[in-house]
Structure formats: C-alpha cells, structure tokens
Design a protein around this ligand. Structure first.
Ligand SMILES: NC(=O)c1ccc[n+]([C@@H]2O[C@H](COP(=O)([O-])OP(=O)(O)OC[C@H]3O[C@@H](n4cnc5c(N)ncnc54)[C@H](O)[C@@H]3O)[C@@H](O)[C@H]2O)c1
Length: 275
C-alpha cells in the first residue's frame, strides 16, 4: 500500500480519501518542491478544468494548466521522483475522426482547455527527453464519482443528473440525447492510475475510459432504474459545437498495465442514491 498525500489550491469539498492535503498552488515553485520532497511518484491532476472558463480567460488556463504543469514537473525532477503521471484529457483529440478513439488518433483540440492540456503533455514528454524524468500520460474521457463537487458549475452530466434525480427535478437532456460518452467510475480511475504509476516503463500514453459508449438517454434510463424515486426527463436545446460521439479504445491500457473496467455504470450509479 502506498502512502499518498495531496496538494490543492483550496480545501476539497469532501474529506480526502488519500490522507493529508496541503493547500498550495501548483504555480508556486517552492511550494511544489516542498510537496514533492520524499515522494516516489507524482500524479499530477490539478487543473483549470472548465472549457467555458478557458474560453473566457485563455491566459489563466495557460497559467494553471501549462505553467502549473511545468512548475510541477520541475519540482518533481528536482526532488528526484521516479515517475510523473500526468492526467491530461480526451479533449486533446478534438472532434473524433473515428470511434473508438485510440491513442494514435490525431490530436487537434477544439478548445483552449484542450490546447493547454496538449501543450502540457508536450512538456511532460520534454522533461523525459531533457532530464530523464520517467513519465506516463492518461487521457480521461468522462470520469464520475459520488464525491465530485455537485456545486461546481462544471460538474459532469452524471453529477448533474443524479443531483436532480435526488432533488426530484427532471434530468435535462441536451438535444435528443443520442450523443454518446464513455464513463469510468472513480474507483476504476484510481486503479488505472495506480497500475500506470507502478508500471516499469516510461513514455506511455493511455486512454482513461471504459471502452463502452453510453448515450445520454441510456444514462437517464439507468438513473431511472437505480433511483428509488420517480425520475422525469426533459429535453432542452442542444449545446452548440458539442461532440456527438466520444468513446475510448482501451486495448492499450489492458495490454500495457493490465487494466480493465470492474464497475459497471449501473453498479457505479447505485452509490449516488444510498442514504
Ligand atoms: N472528470 C473528468 O471526466 C475529466 C475528464 C478529462 C480530464 N480530466 C482531468 O482530470 C483532472 C481532475 O479533474 P476533476 O474532474 O477531478 O476536476 P476538479 O476540478 O475536481 O479537480 C481539479 C483540482 O485542481 C485544483 N486546482 C486548480 N488550480 C490549482 C492550482 N493552481 N494549484 C493547485 N490546485 C489547483 C482544483 O482546486 C481542483 O480540486 C484534471 O486535470 C482534469 O483536467 C477530468
């Protein structure tokens, strides 16, 4: 079992599952060096995660996601950690040319957020070639967790749907709901990250997904099934420039680190409705 500690710019909404969390800014070199000292590995998840905010304030996105990553890389290198795992995003792929999307799919981010994540990926790789820092990159599709912050305006569709279902409000499906996403439960995410961190090799880029395409209407159906009270669905205007279908090819994670999904969507969603 690994001892783990975290760094976040603000107090997390939920008490940490991993133990101690220090309040620090990833853009602060001294704080990051302090945080990395004594660590075997760094798993870099902190980010400005909102596509909307990245559009409103591109420079802030770059400061957090690019400069913050460079500062974290530098601190990890200076502290002599043995591996750096960067949590990137499937947003680096942009609009899929084919599905399922494999890791060799062309990268062409549509958003500032996706661009900052791709830029950060390049710095991760350059720290490998320039300083010999061992690294891995995970590109998450849609992760979900009952511990995700429901107050965040950037909460994913599962957080929004389950919050509405619990409050007796309708699930608001954008457009006809035929758009698909690839959902992976936080416990599976944690296992993928651990396996990636523990793998001997350096230089892997892995999709973080289940390999299962779920339409938003199918998601609403599963929520109807597992929610103890009645659930209503209403359709609202489609999001402009929304990606229609998104699903990961996950063979590489299976081959390279032995990862496959354990928690089905139905099973994962049940925890949102326990009292
Ligand atoms: N949840 C998903 O489906 C998904 C999909 C693609 C990529 N990702 C990536 O996974 C990671 C985690 O995302 P999440 O969904 O848990 O979002 P989140 O907003 O819950 O987590 C990001 C954390 O980073 C922290 N942070 C932001 N700026 C910081 C700074 N300057 N210094 C220190 N901490 C800072 C935030 O306070 C927050 O706790 C992010 O890198 C995100 O880009 C997530």
């Amino acid at each position: 079992m690994h001892e783990a500690w975290g760094v976040d710019i603000r107090q997390p909404e939920f008490s940490s599952a991993i133990g101690k969390v220090t309040i620090a800014d990833i853009r602060d070199p001294a704080a990051m060096l302090q945080a990395c000292k004594g660590a075997d590995a760094v798993i870099h998840t902190a980010a400005q995660v909102s596509v909307q905010r990245s559009t409103e304030d591109p420079a802030f996105d770059v400061e957090t996601n690019v400069l913050g990553t460079v500062r974290t890389l530098k601190a990890a290198k200076d502290a002599g950690v043995s591996k750096f795992v960067f949590i990137s995003s499937a947003a680096v792929y942009g609009n899929p040319h084919y599905i399922p999307v494999d890791e060799d799919h062309p990268v062409a981010p549509l958003s500032i957020y996706g661009s900052s994540k791709l830029s950060a990926e390049h710095f991760v790789q350059a720290f490998g070639s320039s300083y010999g820092l061992r690294w891995a990159i995970i590109r998450p599709f849609n992760f979900y967790s009952p511990r995700a912050d429901p107050k965040s305006p950037y909460s994913g569709v599962i957080t929004k749907f389950t919050q509405n279902a619990n409050a007796g409000l309708p699930l608001r499906v954008e457009g006809d709901g035929s758009q698909t996403r690839d959902f992976l439960h936080a416990a599976d995410v944690a296992r993928l990250v651990r396996l990636t961190m523990e793998a001997e090799n350096s230089g892997m880029v892995l999709n973080g997904g289940s390999g299962q395409a779920t339409s938003i209407l199918d998601l609403a159906e599963v929520i109807k099934k597992v929610c103890p009270s009645e659930v209503r669905v209403e359709h609202i205007a489609p999001r402009t420039a929304d990606i229609k279908n998104s699903v990961a090819k996950v063979d590489r994670a299976k081959e390279m680190v032995g990862f496959s999904t354990r928690i089905s969507l139905e099973e994962g969603l049940k925890a949102f409705f326990r009292t």
